[in-house]
Design a protein. Structure first.
Length: 314
């Protein structure tokens, strides 16, 4: 199997309402039906939507799987005829897609791009935010008419989790780092590994703020920067923006989605549901997926009856 596809690991971080209730709290009422109804998100150039969404067991653990499809067009300007370039304007429809696997116990996520133009994590987050927001608003209109309590809004942050080695390689590309900005958001039962980050999170709670930012100017310790990133973005507990210069003086600005290269997985042909278990086992064998926190394990245990019921209705 000579072909490889690009793979990303992310923290599928979703909370609800002012109390930051964790993802599984409204899984049956909001998240699962929003994923399944194939709402289309339109932009000026394409249409994106989730398809073939399925709740199933992999290695005795419930996961949510499916495709994120982007319907678009490839514009052809020229072709070669008899070894000569010939103008031939046309538009060819195409639908690149990515396959996703979301672990409901640890809320970690695998995204595999079927081809080079397939949607990435940033696209996944943008589409999911619009789909869930639209579903919640429509559901609440009906609940309001029926005099039922309204569903809370979801706070969605799909955060790339680069491996430590790839973070270090990215840092080495900078000749000079001008600033590092960490953005914090409500966590889904995760715990910050570093005291400083935990303190920032505690301060956010004390002032009743959903998000917070921490900026470091002109950091010079490569080891210190690496440790900071291991504690924050490698764990998926914060997103980062880094500005600086490369060796040739080129100014550069990158986000956590660009920190560290995408992983690769051997895979021939187009991805389908039949590949899910192989992808999951591949990531597990390489320790790409961290263990669920104790709080998330407990919440998952309480949700098992609901998950089993949802699967039985499929």
């Amino acid at each position: 199997m000579d072909e490889v596809k690009k793979l990303s690991i992310a923290n599928f971080n979703i909370t609800y309402g002012p109390e930051n209730e964790p993802m599984l709290t409204y899984f049956q009422d909001i998240l699962y039906p929003a994923f399944c109804n194939e709402q289309k998100v339109r932009t000026s150039k394409n249409v994106s939507y989730f398809s073939d969404v399925e709740l199933k067991l992999i290695s005795s653990e419930y996961v949510l799987t499916g495709n994120l499809i982007r319907e678009t067009h490839y514009r052809v300007r020229t072709i070669v005829v008899d070894n000569e370039l010939v103008p031939s304007p046309s538009s060819v429809p195409t639908a690149p897609y990515s396959r996703f696997i979301i672990y409901l116990k640890s809320h970690r996520m695998i995204l595999v791009k079927n081809e080079g133009q397939s949607p990435n994590l940033k696209s996944f987050q943008a589409v999911l935010r619009k789909v869930v927001d639209r579903y919640t608003r429509e559901a609440n209109r009906e609940r309001d008419k029926a005099d039922l309590p309204l569903f809370p809004n979801a706070v969605i942050n799909i955060v790339n989790m680069p491996l430590p080695d790839s973070i270090d390689e990215t840092i080495k590309e900078f000749a000079k780092i001008k600033s590092i900005n960490l953005r914090f958001f409500p966590l889904n039962n995760d715990i910050d590994p570093a005291p400083l980050l935990a303190y920032v999170r505690s301060t956010m709670d004390s002032v009743d703020s959903k998000t917070g930012n921490l900026t470091f100017n002109s950091p010079k310790s490569a080891n210190g920067i690496s440790n900071l990133f291991q504690d924050s973005i490698a764990s998926g507990n914060a997103s980062a923006t880094v500005t600086g210069e490369k060796q040739d003086g080129t100014k550069v600005k990158i986000t956590d989605n660009q920190l560290g290269s995408e992983l690769q997985i051997p895979s021939a042909g187009n991805l389908s549901a039949d590949d899910d278990e192989r992808i999951a086992n591949y990531c597990k064998s390489r320790n790409y997926l961290p263990e669920a926190s104790e709080d998330n394990k407990a919440l998952y245990g309480k949700a098992l009856n609901i998950l089993e019921l949802l699967v039985s209705k499929i």
